[in-house]
Every structure is written in structure tokens, then in C-alpha cells.
Design a protein around this ligand. Structure first.
Ligand code: AOF
Ligand code: ZN
Length: 346
């Protein structure tokens, strides 16, 4: 295959990932999937899986074009088309009767009900299948789905900003490390994540809103862990109009109807309890934004799936040490003066 064709194939698959991510919150605990249909050299349709229980990406992409246009077209899908009856009928059946003659996919569906059967069925039905395009990014997009299936807990993303010399900030002081453009990226992450979690110290010292103000999309649900009920009843955080889950060893009542209070069982491990409870509350992902005690506790208990570290070219000389990760980042991204390092766990 010539280089131009290969490049185009990867570009189109990347587009599938980008549109797949638009559904990431609403589809949990299904995978985020994007699909795109190409005829000749033209993209004639694209769509994604929009909500849990709703039509799959391929169904949405096919439904907007005529059968005449579909004849001899190719479909790109970020995930192997399903071959089973779930809440919706098998996508492979739809593809086989559609006139599409080539299916290009990134990843095989890890769901044991599918796992290769989709590809097999398509091939035996005479559709050419190419798999493994941009496999690494495809696997990244699937990570939340895999964690939710395997551990019955939300996908946990740790996030912190650190100085070039490895400090998170100073004890009992609010210090700004990341640049405004990184802050905007963090708000994008908030928009893509079901919930945002902090410990009591962060609320007491930083007085954060924990909202998405710098990007389009919704606010995440706020999750506050305050085991000893140390946050003052007059803290500004209690008056924000944002849905909040409060976890403590003690029962606390709040006037704000958007705050739900949960009591932790003191005999059981608090983080495990909290994450299982969040999963039962239909929370598919958590962005843990600090402080360092909470981030370290998640790391020590292997309760994390991804870490996003913003490294700013400033030196603090002394302060709170940033958590150390044993592995190298899977990838790095330069954003203005900051560098963002992405780590994947297991
Ligand atoms: C696809 N395209 O867009 C998605 C797929 O209960 P259902 O019918 O929604 O099926 C859910 C399963 O289908 C899910 O666990 C995964 O294996 C696959 N998801 N497959 O062909 C899609 N979202
Ligand atoms: Zn399907």
C-alpha cells in the first residue's frame, strides 16, 4: 500500500477516535466508539455512539445516507463491530446487508461476547476487513470501558501540576504552577470526566470551585473526601450550584439539595468503599485533582489508571514533593510553556 493511502487511513481513524470521545460520558459503561464512511476519496458520513443503550456508532453513521451511496463504500470504526444481541442488534448484520465492502477497524472488542467474532462474521460474509489501525490510541480510548468491566469501579485519572524541580506547591499555601492554557486543558478534562475528586485539605486551603468554566460541556459531579469532617460548614464550596457527593466517617447534613452525604464504614478501606459507591451511582470516571495525600493514597493502593502531570518551567526550591511514578510517561505533549506527561497504569 502506498504511503499516502496509509497516512489517510490513520488520519481517518484518528477522526473516529475524536468523535468517539464526544460520547465518553454518556455511553458509560459501554465503550466510546466513532465511525466514518468513505466513498472513493470522500468522507460521506461520520457519527458516534451517543448514549448507553442507544444505537452503536456504525448504525448512526449508516442511517444518514442512502443505500445507493453506501454501495462499494468503506467504513472506518474505532472498535470491531459487534456480533451479538445486546441492547441493540448486531452491527455486523447491518454492515453485511448495506453494500459496504471494506471495514477498517482499530481494536478488537474486548467484550467476551464479541472478541473477534465480528471480524470473522464480516470476512465470511465477503467484507474485506483491515484491523489494527492506530492500535495504541484505540486502546487508550477503550481504557475506561475495560476498567469499568473488570473492576466495577470508575476509571481513575490522577492529575497534578508540578514545578520543574519536582514540587507540587507549599504546605498550607495556595500556589499557582500551571499556565492559563494548561488550565483550559484541565477544564476540558473536567468536561470529559464524570466526576472530580479532592480531599479535605485541598478544600480548606484552596477553596476551589471544581467546576468547568473554561471549556464547553458539563460540570463533573464533585466528590469530596473529608473523613474527619474537618471542612467548615461555612466553606464557600457548600453554596455552589453543582452536584456534589460528600464522603465522611460522620453523617453531615447540608441545606444545599445538590449535596448528597455518604457515611464511610470505618472498619473498611475508605477509598475502595468510595470508588465502589461511585460506580453504583453511575460514575464512570474520576479525575483526582489532589491534594498530594489523596493522590499518594490512590497510588499506594493501586487505585489509579492514568496520571496526567503538568510540568511547568518554574523552580520552587522547597515545598511539598510531587509524587514519583516508577515508569516513564507513555507520551508527552508540549502546551505553551508547560509540558504534560501522560502515564498509564498496567
Ligand atoms: C459496536 N459499536 O458503537 C459500540 C459497541 O448492549 P448493546 O447492544 O449496546 O451492546 C454493548 C456492547 O457492544 C459493548 O459491551 C461492546 O462490546 C459493544 N459496543 N459495538 O459495534 C459501538 N459501542
Ligand atoms: Zn454494534
Amino acid at each position: 500500500m502506498d504511503l499516502r493511502k496509509k497516512h489517510l487511513e490513520r488520519l481517518r481513524m484518528r477522526r473516529c477516535f475524536d468523535i468517539a470521545r464526544l460520547g465518553i460520558r454518556a455511553v458509560k459503561t459501554n465503550p466510546a466508539v466513532g465511525a466514518l464512511i468513505v466513498k472513493g476519496d470522500t468522507i460521506i458520513s461520520e457519527d458516534y455512539h451517543k448514549n448507553f443503550g442507544g444505537p452503536h456508532a456504525e448504525v448512526n453513521a449508516i442511517s444518514s445516507i442512502s443505500s445507493r451511496d453506501l454501495a462499494h463504500s468503506s467504513i472506518y470504526v474505532s472498535l470491531e463491530p459487534c456480533a451479538h444481541y445486546g441492547k441493540t442488534p448486531p452491527c455486523v448484520d447491518l454492515l453485511m446487508g448495506s453494500g459496504i465492502d471494506h471495514c477498517i477497524i482499530s481494536s478488537i472488542d474486548p467484550n467476551p461476547l464479541v472478541q473477534g467474532r465480528g471480524v470473522e462474521k464480516l470476512r465470511s460474509g465477503g467484507i474485506k476487513v483491515t484491523e489494527g489501525i492506530n492500535r495504541l490510541i484505540g486502546q487508550e480510548v477503550l481504557r475506561p470501558f475495560k476498567v469499568q468491566q473488570k473492576f466495577k469501579r470508575p476509571y481513575i485519572i490522577l492529575k497534578w501540576a508540578q514545578s520543574l524541580d519536582g514540587f507540587l506547591g507549599r504546605k498550607n499555601e495556595r500556589i499557582k504552577i500551571s499556565s492559563p492554557v494548561s488550565d483550559r486543558l484541565v477544564h476540558k478534562w473536567r468536561a470529559e470526566t464524570d466526576s472530580i475528586m479532592v480531599g479535605s485539605n485541598t478544600v480548606i486551603i484552596d477553596n476551589p470551585h471544581l467546576s468547568n468554566r473554561l471549556y464547553f460541556g458539563e460540570n463533573p459531579v464533585r466528590v469530596i473526601l473529608d473523613r474527619q469532617a474537618q471542612i467548615s460548614p461555612s466553606a464557600p464550596i457548600w453554596t455552589d450550584q453543582i452536584r456534589t457527593f460528600y464522603f465522611s466517617n460522620r453523617k453531615r447534613k447540608f441545606h444545599n439539595p445538590l449535596i448528597e452525604s455518604f457515611v464511610l464504614n470505618e472498619v473498611k478501606e475508605p477509598l475502595l468503599q468510595l470508588f465502589s459507591q461511585l460506580y453504583r451511582l453511575n460514575i464512570g470516571s474520576v479525575l483526582v485533582e489532589g491534594g498530594s495525600t489523596l493522590v499518594r493514597a490512590c497510588m499506594n493502593q493501586d487505585l489509579w489508571d492514568e496520571a496526567r502531570v503538568i510540568i511547568s518551567p518554574v523552580n520552587l526550591n522547597h515545598g511539598l514533593n510531587a509524587p514519583a511514578l516508577a515508569t516513564d510517561p507513555a507520551r508527552r505533549q508540549q502546551l505553551g510553556r508547560d509540558q504534560i506527561a501522560f502515564y498509564y497504569h498496567q
